[in-house]
Design a binder for this molecule. Structure first.
Ligand SMILES: O=C(O)[C@H]1O[C@H](OP(=O)(O)OP(=O)(O)OC[C@H]2O[C@@H](n3ccc(=O)[nH]c3=O)[C@H](O)[C@@H]2O)[C@H](O)[C@@H](O)[C@@H]1O
Length: 419
């Protein structure tokens, strides 16, 4: 049935194209004969007004036919069933209604995929500041999926069993773009979502960050470390925002007797990172793919430990289903300097990019590596995807994104190269 419909569509489109072609040909002939006859206006038998009227009439008729065919195509397209990724069937006892705030973002959308494929009902709430409909478009229309355009700074009233609260910009250039809004999202937004969880008696997982440790004096960082954050620096809107978010979570848990989970997420990368994300993984890969200079901020001896997004998602799901309510680090403990990371990307992508050192970033944490003993002990979780495997997938993703941008006129002006 689908094939017949598609064939019919092609025939219809071919028919419309042929009609348009014949009409244009006819009009051109008319026009040419008009011009030729005009040269010998005195002797000609050309009846200009009548012919023009007739051409108008034909053109109108053609427009009508095209409009009718277009309508037909739209109605036929509506009948072609959309296919979705496979999902398990869960009976009503096991199936949960799960809210993911920020579910159209990079991490959120991978979590959506995981929970949808398990067979749950997933409701995504996103204000699309950094999230994109494209990240979840493969679920739009699915009976278990709902997408709500909403900013969590305003209260939200829906009915769910569990909440993953991820909504917040996470990349430094994004969260510094509007620091007040970042603080509002992580304070007012978190209060609204905790309030919702309290009303519904729903279990809630808060996405916190390694940034609560600031520029750490203890290495690697265990969850018991209280951190070293500059409260008035450029990163404070996010670092302090997330610290307040954690404080609120435990205040609600104690006062309202709620079940809470807190994931401290370390540097995460993978497909669906935004082209304009601005974090080191996407910047370096895009620079290498385009043979631009690879920009290392500062000396490049600062370190990070990178985890692939599927590992993070597994960690979050394990944390939610555990009985453990204290904060848990989710990250990959394999640590690299940024200089090393630049070489890794350059070797992986190839090309002839040069690595250059540009000015350092204010308050840039100098060392970061998670101590994941807690996650191992309480969640039996540890990362599985090594850097090489994860980066291969991510490079492939960005290669395709660049092709999309090259051939899509719509996107031509949207992507500004990382600098
Ligand atoms: O990726 C993440 O998950 C983390 O990213 C950021 O933290 P940050 O480690 O500063 O992330 P990047 O912007 O990717 O920077 C990593 C290091 O690379 C450097 N960098 C970044 C970009 C670039 O083009 N060149 C470069 O040398 C930075 O100066 C920094 O030392 C966020 O603040 C965290 O919330 C988040 O958990």
């Amino acid at each position: 049935m689908t094939q017949i419909t598609i064939k019919f569509k092609h025939i219809a489109i071919a028919g419309v194209s042929l009609s348009v072609f014949l009409i244009v040909l006819f009009l051109q002939t008319l026009n040419n004969s008009g011009r030729n006859d005009g040269d010998q206006a005195e002797t000609s038998h050309w009846k200009f007004p009548e012919d023009l009227d007739h051409a108008d009439y034909l053109l109108n008729e053609a427009y009508k036919k095209i409009a009718a065919l277009e309508e037909k195509i739209i109605s036929l397209e509506g009948r072609v069933p959309k296919t979705y990724p496979d999902v398990n069937f869960l009976n009503y006892l096991k199936r949960k209604r799960i809210l993911i705030t920020g579910g159209a973002g990079f991490v959120g959308s991978h979590l959506v995929d995981r929970l949808m494929s398990e067979g749950h009902e997933v409701i995504v709430v996103d204000n699309f500041f950094t999230g994109r409909k494209r990240n979840v478009e493969h679920w739009i229309g699915h009976e278990n999926f709902e997408l709500i355009h909403h900013d969590i700074v305003n209260p939200l009233f829906i009915e769910v069993d569990e909440i993953y609260h991820l909504a917040s910009p996470a990349s430094p250039p994004h969260y510094m773009h509007n620091p007040v809004k970042t603080i509002k999202t992580n304070t007012l937004g978190t209060i609204n979502i905790l309030g919702l969880a309290r009303r519904l008696k729903a279990k809630i997982l808060i996405a916190s960050t390694s940034e609560v440790y600031g520029d750490p004096n203890i290495h690697p960082q265990p969850e018991t470390y209280w951190g070293n954050v500059n409260p008035i620096g450029p990163r404070a809107c996010y670092d302090e925002g997330k610290r307040v978010s954690e404080t609120l979570t435990y205040a609600y848990a104690k006062q309202e007797n709620m079940e809470v989970r807190v994931a401290r997420i370390f540097n995460t990368y993978g497909p669906r990172m935004h082209m304009n994300d601005g974090r080191v993984v996407s910047n370096f890969i895009l620079q290498a793919l385009q043979n631009d200079v690879i920009t290392v901020y500062g000396s490049g001896v600062q370190t990070r430990s990178f985890q692939y997004v599927s590992d993070l998602v597994e960690g979050m799901v394990a944390l939610m289903s555990s009985n453990y309510s204290q904060p848990v680090n989710l990250g990959n403990p394999v640590e690299h300097t940024i200089n090393e990371f630049a070489s890794i990307i350059k070797n992986l992508v190839g090309g002839h990019s040069k690595v250059v050192h540009v000015s350092e970033v204010e308050d840039d944490p100098q060392r970061r590596r998670p101590d994941i003993s807690r996650a191992k002990q309480y969640l039996s979780w540890e990362p599985k995807v090594d850097l090489n495997t994860g980066l291969h997938k991510t490079v492939e993703y960005f290669r395709n994104e660049l092709k999309r941008f090259k051939y899509s006129h719509r996107n031509k002006f949207k992507f500004s190269k990382p600098s």
